[in-house]
Write a protein that binds this ligand. Structure first.
Ligand code: GLC
Length: 573
């Protein structure tokens, strides 16, 4: 197979995409909540950082029970974020800056305020309106027990019982996430047609692609069987560390034992979506959020007639260890190659504890209580975590394929652990029975300035105090500001922008082959075309290979020695 050059192949095969969590990126109207105008005002920042594309988390009208992942109308804009005209202007201006824009689409569930769900609730049992969702009678003598034993990802049962107009309890509906997020019934053709219209609505406005929320959950196993207790996992990615190293040959869990995830029927939906994407000019794409494992299962979503791209979440569940990461990289690269898709690496997003903390504490994205999610703060060494996150960044940006950067990652912000309990907003906090603080700690509004005015420059309203932003910013937050890092030698911001500039100039980076180099068990080393090499040292200090020139390093090198937890980019002789 001849490899196309970067300018010939589809943009998303190499792209570095910046994830904007809209509530927390930049507030352009002074209300303490991020918005479209805020993003627009920061396009020059994104351009100069050097990213190729931006992904915006859901911006549709929503009661914000899950901060926009509970969509009330997929073809409009949430008033607190702006208008459809503002969205159009942002799409056009992003393109004028030479970047692409992708939007988030949430097909598994909507908000309980969506007109369809309101209609369903007010329609009789068995009606067509109810068939767009998953309603069932309860078990037990009077239907007082949920229809099966499925658990919500956020905690508690995945079913909620309705009351009829007279206040008498009647049917239950399925919500794999919050109570306010009823699951659609994807067996119903009306649901399929609705989403096809939504895709066209945004494609007509010029978006370059979609991030598909919980892409693996749309179809449920027929009959909605109970999940046997021993296999009761809400998420197939939650494999044990030991499984992880050996699971290349692991048997895939039979579909009836994971009735809510990764069912064969989802692929037919994405084949239809591919046809729509292909009917538009340009390389319109879709990226799946599919928490499935092993990587061979992810690859199935990327077959040529399905989705182009999928997040590879392995780094979110990985310990900081050379052996472990090497195995994971090999497995992902091999699985993607089989379907001709590039891997797309992810270190951070709005759902997981920040990589500074994760890599330091060896967290594997477990989520049943705060200590599992965020790790033990007494053991946290932020300096070491920062070193690792910086080294990891050079690793990720040198690997084959694309990468996704989550806002604040380029500033090495740590997880925020000191949000007062009465200010926590993630539904996980309540649904876990107040055991798990949830994801607010990685969603605190960005500090653009070091001084407190305008919530560290997050808001155009200079009178807004850091505690008045929608999620309060802690007093120390300003030390992670853009102002304190952009253009400052040695800052993490400078590391990312230098790495992205080098990446643009190196035609061997992005999609394409890699070759492992042997540098010992505690080092990940590989080369890319053009005599480019990346060395990541997890063990005791090592020397830069003879004759190599250092292009960039994640921490300072003394006497050509690569310290522990450091990555270097090299030109080999
Ligand atoms: C995805 C989103 C997450 C959201 C959930 C339900 O996992 O990334 O933020 O809560 O779906 O929509």
């Amino acid at each position: 197979m001849t490899l196309l050059s970067r300018s010939e192949r589809a943009w998303w095969r190499d792209a570095v995409t910046y994830q904007i969590y809209i509530r927390s990126f930049a507030d352009g109207n002074g209300d303490g909540i991020g918005d479209i105008e805020g993003i627009r005002s920061r396009l020059p920042y994104l351009k100069s950082l050097g990213v190729d594309a931006i992904w915006i988390t859901p911006w549709y009208p929503s009661p914000q029970n899950d901060h926009g992942y509970d969509v009330a109308n997929y073809m409009d804009i949430e008033p607190m974020y702006g208008t459809l005209e503002d969205a159009q202007r942002l799409i056009d201006e992003t393109h004028q800056h030479g970047m692409k824009l992708i939007v988030d689409i949430v097909p598994n569930h909507c908000s309980d305020q969506h007109v369809w769900f309101q209609e369903a609730v007010n329609s009789p049992i068995g009606s067509a309106a109810r068939d767009r969702f998953i309603f069932r009678d309860g078990k037990g003598e009077n239907g007082e027990l949920p229809p099966n034993n499925w658990q919500s990802v956020f905690g508690g049962p995945a079913w909620h019982r309705l009351n009829d107009a007279d206040g008498n309890p009647e049917q239950w509906y399925l919500h794999l996430f919050a109570v306010e997020q009823p699951d659609f019934n994807w067996e119903n053709p009306e649901v399929r047609e609705h989403f096809e219209e939504i895709l066209k609505f945004w494609l007509d406005r010029g978006v370059d692609g979609f991030r598909i929320d919980v892409a693996h959950a749309l179809i449920k196993y027929p009959g909605l069987p109970d999940i046997p207790p021993q296999t009761h996992r809400t998420d197939t990615s939650k494999v044990d560390a030991e499984d992880f190293v050996t699971d290349a040959n692991a048997e895939v869990t039979p579909p009836e034992l994971r009735p809510t995830w990764d069912q064969e029927g989802v692929h037919e939906i994405y084949r239809a979506w591919r046809k729509i994407l292909n009917s538009y000019p340009g390389d319109r794409m879709a990226v799946a959020e599919a928490w499935v494992s092993p990587a061979s299962r992810i690859a199935r979503y990327l077959r040529p007639d399905e989705l182009a791209n999928s997040f590879n979440f392995d780094f979110l569940t990985s310990r900081w260890e050379a052996k472990y990461l090497t195995h994971m990289i090999n497995r992902a690269v091999d699985a993607m190659a089989e379907v001709g898709a590039p891997p797309s690496w992810v270190f951070n997003n709005h759902d997981v504890t920040r990589s500074v903390d994760r890599f330091d504490l060896g967290l594997q994205n477990r989520q049943s209580n705060t200590i599992e999610r965020q790790g033990d703060p007494a053991k946290l060494d932020i300096a070491r975590g920062t070193r690792r996150a910086r080294a990891g960044a050079l690793l990720m940006l040198a690997l084959p394929g694309g990468a996704y950067i989550y806002q604040g990652e380029e500033l090495a912000v740590p997880e925020v652990r000191d949000i007062p309990e009465d200010r926590l907003t993630d539904p996980i906090w309540k649904m876990s029975g107040y055991k798990d603080r949830g994801r607010d700690g990685c969603r605190v509004p960005i500090a653009w300035k070091s001084s407190v005015d305008g919530a560290f420059g997050f808001s155009t309203n200079s009178a807004l105090a850091p505690t008045e932003a929608w999620l309060p910013q802690s007093p120390w937050w300003g030390s992670y500001s853009v102002e304190s890092q952009a253009g400052i030698e040695g800052s993490t911001h400078s590391l990312y922008s230098e790495a992205l500039a080098i990446r643009k100039g190196e035609s061997g980076l992005g999609d394409g082959p890699m070759q492992w180099l042997d540098a010992g068990p505690d080092v990940i080393a590989f080369s890319r075309p053009g005599n480019f090499a990346c060395y990541v040292n997890f063990g005791s200090p090592i020397e830069v290979p003879k004759g190599a020139t250092v292009l960039l390093s994640s921490s300072a090198l003394a006497d050509n020695v690569i310290p522990t937890d450091t990555a270097v980019w090299l030109r080999l002789s």
